[in-house]
Design a protein around this ligand. Structure first.
Ligand code: KG4
Ligand code: ZN
Length: 340
């Protein structure tokens, strides 16, 4: 089965051609980061206009690189939730048009399902498992029973970790996106220099909150609330301490849920899963208690269309074909019902 995948939920326009299950024939990702950087974050209106400019040429290029035409495609998969409405409408309208004109089945995919099954593109995933999706919009921990059955175990009550990285980077005068900037700035710095609150307040019973952590960084910068002002030459230590605290919080939650659910394998995905400190800390902590950890390569952690094609193929095999009247949603339903 050959699947054409389309992705336009946030600020990456992407198209990919996948021969199910694992042969990636092409993957094209056109990032919009340069156009959003000067605003310090994604501007939804700009994002939708850019998807309109980029997405059809991504599809064209993906087919060209795969040396295929639309006639060779068996299924068209597109992310229709969660995300920014404008981008979702551009992606689904293009996918519906191609599906109608070429008479190909259409499968609408929850973007988070794409992140959850992305590791499977590299090697067959082990079930049951615990998986964390940590991105600019999500901080969700799931129990995976099979590729299409996920139960949500924990989520963030406020910001997502990627958002916390982006906002903290801004406080520290670092550029957008904050994750890679903080990781770079923290290289060689002292991550134990500042004691910051873990994003796991006891009152939330396992859910995350990143607001206290972000505020603590602000107090250190300003020298308020009993904190001594952190001199600018120590800001890399503050950046490293922030990064380490996020890595510790996410790791603590994942390992706790894996142990509680008697699961032997943890997966992570989403943009924040590209963080090298999180990757190494999680692996070493999980190893201490006999739990394995896998994460996809960075190109599959950040937004891409290959994972949408993979999820689309799984849904298609279960007969979950979408109608042309199916619409988009800013919200995910992953893990909220027994079988998403
Ligand atoms: O999954 P993603 O590409 O887009 C969605 O939000 O769906 O994630 C983007 C987020 C941004 O907030 C960015 O700062 C963060 O992922 N990010 C990182 C790293 N690379 C990207 N955060 C920490 N460390 C990184 N190396
Ligand atoms: Zn994503």
């Amino acid at each position: 089965m050959i699947v054409l995948g389309l992705e336009s939920t946030c600020d990456e326009s992407a198209a990919a051609v996948l021969r199910h299950p694992r042969e990636v024939l092409s993957s094209v990702v056109k990032s919009q980061i340069d156009e959003h950087t000067r605003f310090g974050g994604v501007v939804p209106e700009i994002a939708s206009r850019l998807h309109l400019n980029y997405l059809s040429s991504c599809v064209h290029e993906a087919l060209e690189r795969a040396e295929l035409s639309l006639a060779d495609i068996d299924v068209i998969a597109v992310s229709n939730r969660p995300g920014l409405q404008g981008g979702l409408l551009v992606g689904t309208t293009l996918a519906k048009t191609l599906s109608y004109l070429c008479d190909k089945p259409l499968v609408m995919v929850d973007h988070l399902l794409g992140h959850l099954v992305a590791p499977d593109l590299e090697e067959e995933m082990v079930y049951p498992c615990v998986a964390g999706i940590f991105s600019g919009a999500h901080s969700n921990v799931y129990l995976g029973k099979d590729p299409l059955s996920w139960e949500m175990l924990a989520r963030s009550r406020d910001d997502a970790p990627g958002e916390a990285f982006d906002k903290t980077a801004k406080l520290l005068g670092l550029s957008y996106p904050g994750g890679p900037s903080i990781q770079k700035n923290a290289e060689g710095a002292d991550e134990k220099a500042y004691q910051l609150p873990l994003p796991l307040p006891k009152s939330l019973e396992g859910d995350f909150s990143f607001s206290g952590l972000k505020t603590a960084v602000l107090y250190h910068i300003r020298g308020t609330n009993g904190k001594e002002a952190c001199p600018e030459d120590k800001w890399p230590d503050l950046a490293a301490s922030f990064q380490f605290t996020v890595a510790k919080g996410l790791t603590k939650s994942l390992v706790k849920e894996a142990k509680a659910n008697k699961v032997k394998h943890i997966y992570i995905g989403g943009g924040v899963a590209a963080n090298s400190r999180l990757r190494e800390y999680l692996k070493s902590e999980a190893k201490k208690v006999g739990i394995g950890v896998s994460y996809p390569p960075i190109r599959l952690c950040v937004d891409n269309a290959t994972m949408i094609a993979r999820a689309g193929a799984l849904l298609f095999q279960e007969g979950k074909v979408s109608s042309l009247s199916e619409s988009v949603s800013s919200r995910s339903e992953m893990g909220l019902s027994p079988s998403a």
